[in-house]
Design a protein around this ligand. Structure first.
Ligand code: HEM
Ligand code: SF4
Length: 560
């Protein structure tokens, strides 16, 4: 055993001593304070809750000898992004009554409420639980929300992907009674048998664990960024098994070459009857061999990078008790956001709506939040959130379409055709003011940056070309910037590392082009590259493919 597997980080001790995620959460929740102590903060994550404070106010409050303005982010876990009407309406009401009035759709198809005060946390989580939702495992060192293509197509591969996502989520849901005890005030059950977490054990995973199920050809879940990916494969109408990918992950730390974004590898193929056992085996190998000392080196991607894919496959086969079959070739990938109206294939329709930065709110001229509430209430329709932070209104009957279009139009919501591709495919993480890890702005500045870039693209008559632009306020990579055709990664206040060369289909990592580009200089830096793209682009070539073909040195030469 190596040294790193024996030494343990502080978080490992907190988990181990927490009595399956209970710790002092109940006691601290009952105290009349505005925030939790450090150990409880770690445990709260497993319950889907992040303690934050308003960073815009931090300095002024400190100068006035006030404590930070603490509030909490509460994240839901809904496999495949499915949000039944009752659940969505509960979230909508909570955002107004106890949150900051907005709902944030996440890139893992979950929902976040921000600005919740400690005294209201229990009510928020309990309300979510009684409306078919959960926040358990939405953050923390555990399996996160299992993703699946959002489109509610009735075809077999889509049904299979959704079903697999739900089964995997169920398999990997923690069994601890802590959740109902803390948030619903239930008493701990005392039995002769000690409570065990059959999969996780006392220390859960070394780090977050992310799983997605894709449909062959549809990479809307960003398969290659996941710790574990599955692709159900069919022969005619028969499900023959699942391709497996492992070891994707995006977070890194600036100036620490031992950390890096990594694209997942092809592990192999399993028969349908072995799928859940294979998932379990992969989780257990990471549980037992993942680095529990250095949290920056604890994701599955580092285990596979360090030990090699062959070693990893051997271990998985040992835990599984049988050999994995070889990866099966699949069709090439597309990246779908499903905006606009589409037939589901069962006589009903779904409508994909664009949400700028995933933020559902009402503001002057745009009343998305109210419109959604009205639609869900009036028609009892369910929503599905997408990995691009957008949403689908699903199961719409043909005769409901006109009324829905009318509500959206009156609320000022753009239809898919009216959204410029550069905005449509842009994603930003929340960053300031809520995220404690942010080095600089993201969600609040990306729209204006995209606007400047779009002006250049318009001049070059390139505005109709799909292009993926992604921004984060720090290198953790929450908006998956390392897969974008253009990625901005916050490096210092007002400055970003610029990454180029990813592809629109999101199957290739981009590379660092320039360090510490100032916010004001971004458009001027990219404009000559857009012009170069216009001049030397191959027919149908995307900006990301163009950058990858030309390479960094050649692009640099254009800027001299
Ligand atoms: C605001 C509070 C948040 C904090 C403190 C936070 C923290 C982090 C950290 C530390 C990582 C790096 C993990 C690693 O490499 O091991 C990460 C990655 C990531 N987070 Fe967040 N995050 C936050 C919000 C979000 C939101 C709102 C989303 C979705 C919209 C999100 C989605 C992701 C994704 C997709 C990744 C990268 C993929 C990966 O490597 O797994 N996070 N986050
Ligand atoms: S990428 Fe960084 S700044 Fe953005 S939300 Fe994630 S942790 Fe915060």
């Amino acid at each position: 055993m190596t040294e790193t597997t024996v030494r343990r980080s502080k978080v490992e001790r907190i988990k181990e001593q927490s009595d399956n995620l209970r710790g002092r959460l109940r006691e601290e929740l009952a105290e009349p304070t505005t925030h939790f102590g450090e150990e409880s903060q770690q445990l709260l994550k497993f319950h889907g809750i992040y303690q934050q404070d308003d960073r815009d106010e931090r300095k002024a409050r400190k100068e006035s000898a006030l404590e930070p303005d603490y509030s909490f982010m509460v994240r839901t876990k809904n496999p495949g992004g499915y949000a039944p009407a009752a659940f969505y309406l509960a979230i909508d009401a909570l955002a107004d009554s106890l949150g900051n009035g907005t709902i944030r759709a996440t890139t893992r198809q979950g929902l976040q409420l921000h600005g919740i005060h400690k005294r209201n946390l229990q009510e928020v989580v309990a309300t979510i639980s009684t409306h078919l939702g959960s926040t358990l495992g939405a953050c923390g060192d555990i399996n996160r929300n299992v993703m699946a293509p959002a489109a509610p197509f009735a075809s077999l591969p889509y049904v299979a992907a959704r079903e697999a996502a739900v089964q995997i989520a169920e398999l990997l849901t923690p069994r601890t009674g802590a959740y109902v005890e803390v948030w619903q005030g239930e008493e701990k059950l005392f039995t002769d048998e000690p409570e065990v977490e059959p999969i996780y054990g006392k220390t859960y995973m070394p780090r977050k664990f992310k799983i997605a199920v894709a449909v062959e050809g549809d990479n809307s879940v960003d398969l290659y960024t996941q710790d574990l990916g599955l692709v159900p494969l069919f022969e005619g109408e028969r499900l023959v098994g699942y391709n497996l990918t492992v070891g994707g992950g995006l977070g890194m730390t600036h100036a620490n070459p031992e950390t890096f974004p990594r694209r997942a590898d092809h592990l192999g193929f399993v028969l349908p009857e072995d799928m859940l056992d294979a998932v379990k085996a992969i989780v257990l190998v990471q549980r037992d061999f993942g680095d529990r000392y250095n949290r920056r080196h604890a994701r599955l991607k580092y285990l596979i990078h360090d030990r090699g894919l062959e070693w990893f496959r051997d271990q998985v086969e040992k835990y599984l008790g049988k050999a994995l079959l070889p990866w099966r070739p699949v069709a090439s990938w597309r990246y779908e956001d499903y905006l606009g109206w589409h037939p589901q294939g069962d006589g009903r329709y779904f409508l994909g709506l664009w949400i700028e930065n995933g933020r559902i709110l009402d503001r002057e001229g745009l009343y998305l939040k109210s419109a959604l509430r009205q639609i869900v209430e009036r028609f009892g329709l369910h929503l599905i959130f997408t990995p691009t932070q957008n949403l689908l209104i699903v199961d719409v009957l043909p005769d409901q379409r006109e009324a829905i279009d009318g509500i959206l139009q009156r609320a000022g919501i753009e239809t898919a055709d009216n959204i410029v591709p550069s905005h449509r495919y842009a994603m930003a993480c929340p960053a300031l003011p809520t995220c404690s890890l942010a080095l600089t702005e993201s969600e609040r500045v990306l729209p204006s940056i995209v606007e400047e870039l779009t002006a250049h693209l318009r001049q070059l008559e390139l505005a109709d070309t799909p292009i993926s632009i992604r921004m984060t306020g720090c290198p953790n990579g929450c908006a998956r910037p390392y897969m974008g055709e253009i990625g901005f990664v916050g490096s210092a206040p007002g400055a970003y590392h610029l990454f180029l060369g990813g592809n629109f289909e999101s199957t290739r990592l981009n590379w660092l082009f320039r360090e510490r580009v100032k916010r004001e200089e971004i458009a001027a830096l990219l404009a000559p590259l857009f012009a170069y793209f216009k001049d030397e682009r191959l027919p149908g070539e995307s900006f990301g493919d163009f950058c990858a073909r030309k390479g960094k040195a050649d692009l640099e030469a254009q800027l001299l």
